[in-house]
Design a protein around this ligand. Structure first.
Ligand code: XMP
Length: 513
């Protein structure tokens, strides 16, 4: 089965939910690509897309320089679904009218829909959806019928079934739209005729086949960090070409407690991979000695990582391919250029392009993070690796305020391990999106037994977030905090105070450095 027979195109008009639309379409088991709204009708025709979705966007269709699509798209005979700005653009392009309203309709809104229309087939006649607009379609284009209304919106949805054009003023991709997935499925299956063939098991099978063909009898090198992306990418290649793949795992000594051993054990013992573990803690610590400025620490770690990797790979002789764990959001963030996403961090694993390889292999280029996790599970990678919370490339070095020493690393590793154990024991590992301990660099006075102490303060940080750009501090039950605090004071040497960070992002960041 050719997996990408059925591809749906999502045209990005700069909306904040464009990537979310793509994820939802994939959740309906339909493969899709997110491209700029500037894509031409010719290219669309060439790529044989089964359907097109216009995303939302921040503009008004009647503004000068508002983004518009190639008008030929409407003559291709391919079904189109317009969402929010995309709906208004469809209306305006086909002869309808769009107006600005006095009242902005924002948030959960009740709509009434015509359940005999294609999009609302099998849906509830009255339901709640998520609106976010000031403009609305005031006049239908010729050939269209209104299929849903709300108090503030005479055309909450419209369709022209003959020409396969559908439009929704609200956001079906957002969770608050109660039956949003049903509307998307109706479009994908009933309007576009997609058959839901995009499944993780077939992705893994097909990718392994393609990799075998591409790599042949050549050799591949991969920098394994133990993070989700590089692990899954490496394992796909390993499945395809076995020992032709060599992985270099640079252990910079800044990982969490026992993490280096766990990574080694999974890849060496469970998967019998060609793995070179470089224990480079001393190299990193000596470079970091006396350095307390956060950005400087990051830079040193990034550079040293590349040095170590180069030193090791030189020992291996000529290798044709480099495997990297690039995922779809990395590709589209630098690709469509429409959404205002600014990537603030680059992983330490980022290698310079001129390391002299014949080609780069990026088996995860088409996948979203949650799909990468699914692929990992499909490949048999244990949950603790596949479901793990994000961990910064510079590791614990940016969770130790000030300069980094082995003694400080030991304190932090022990405190952090206790926090993680207690989070897991109380089911909080599923509720918080990131959680960790910080060695604050503050020393304070305490009493222990009969004696006065002057020792370290550990801060606990736990946040909930969906995009890591903004975050809220997690509401952790007091009894769990109490237990973590007691255990850290009793079990970790040189700590006499534990505090909990109750700052959201912004104004704070998630990490302390
Ligand atoms: P902040 O602290 O900026 O963190 O709110 C947002 C997310 O990015 C991670 N982070 C990093 N990841 N290298 C990385 O690979 C870094 O230097 C870095 N700094 C922060 C952080 O853990 C959180 O998930």
């Amino acid at each position: 089965m050719e997996l990408k027979n059925e591809t749906v195109l999502i045209m990005d008009f700069g909306g904040q939910y464009s990537q979310l639309i793509a994820r939802r379409v994939r959740e309906c088991n339909v493969y899709c690509e997110l491209r700029s709204y500037k894509i031409s009708a010719d290219e669309i025709k060439k790529n044989k897309y089964k359907g097109i979705i216009f995303s939302g966007g921040p503009n008004s269709t009647y503004e000068e320089n508002a983004p518009v699509c190639d008008p030929e798209i409407f003559r291709l005979g391919i079904p189109v679904l317009g969402i929010c700005y995309g709906a208004q653009l469809m209306a305006q392009s086909l002869g309808g009218k769009v107006k600005s309203s006095e009242a902005k309709e924002y948030g959960k809104t009740e709509i009434e829909c015509n359940t005999s229309s294609l999009i609302f087939h099998s849906a509830s006649a009255k339901t709640v959806c998520w609106m976010s607009h000031t403009d609305y379609i005031s006049e239908l284009p010729h050939g269209f019928k209104t299929t849903a209304i709300s108090d503030g919106c005479p055309v909450a949805a419209m369709e022209d079934i003959k020409r396969h054009f559908y439009a929704l003023q609200f956001h079906p991709e957002v969770q608050h739209t109660q039956e949003g997935m049903l509307y998307l499925k109706n479009f994908l299956y009933n309007a576009c005729g997609c058959t839901a063939e995009w499944k993780m098991s077939s992705f893994v099978e097909n990718t392994v086949k393609e990799l075998k063909k591409k790599i042949g009898s050549k050799k591949v090198l991969c920098a394994l960090s133990g993070g989700v992306d590089s692990s899954v990418a490496a394992l796909l290649v390993h499945k395809a070409v076995g020992k032709q793949l060599t992985c270099i795992f640079v252990d910079h000594g800044l990982l969490r407690k026992d993490e280096g051993d766990q990574v080694e054990s999974v890849f060496r013992k469970q998967f019998d991979m060609n793995l070179i573990r470089v224990n480079a803690q001393d190299r990193f610590l000596s470079k970091l000695k006396g350095v307390s400025e956060p950005e400087k620490k990051r830079k040193i770690i990034g550079e040293e990582f590349i040095r170590v990797f180069e030193d090791e790979s030189k020992k291996l002789g000529a290798i044709e391919f480099l495997c990297q764990g690039t995922i779809y959001p990395d590709v589209v963030e630098s690709g469509t250029g429409e959404a205002a996403v600014i990537k603030s961090h680059h992983n330490v694993g980022g290698l310079p392009e001129d390391v002299g390889f014949e080609g780069i292999i990026e088996p995860l280029r088409d996948l979203f993070k949650d799909e990468v996790r699914k692929a990992g599970t499909e490949l048999g990678i244990p949950d603790f690796l596949v479901q793990r919370q994000p961990f910064p490339g510079p590791g614990l070095a940016i969770r130790i305020m000030g300069d980094v020493t082995e003694e400080k690393l030991d304190i932090l590793k022990d405190a952090d391990a206790i926090m993680r154990e207690e989070f897991a024991a109380n089911g909080l590992d599923k509720k918080a999106d990131q959680y960790f301990a910080v060695l604050t660099g503050i020393k304070s006075v305490g009493v222990m037994g009969d004696g006065r102490t002057y020792d370290n303060t550990i801060a606990l940080r736990a946040v909930t977030t969906s995009d890591f750009m903004t975050a809220d501090w997690a509401r952790i039950p007091y009894d769990v905090l109490e237990r973590i605090s007691n255990r850290i004071i009793n079990e970790v040497k040189n700590v006499n105070r534990v505090v909990y960070d109750i700052t959201s992002k912004p104004p704070a960041t998630i990490e302390w450095e």
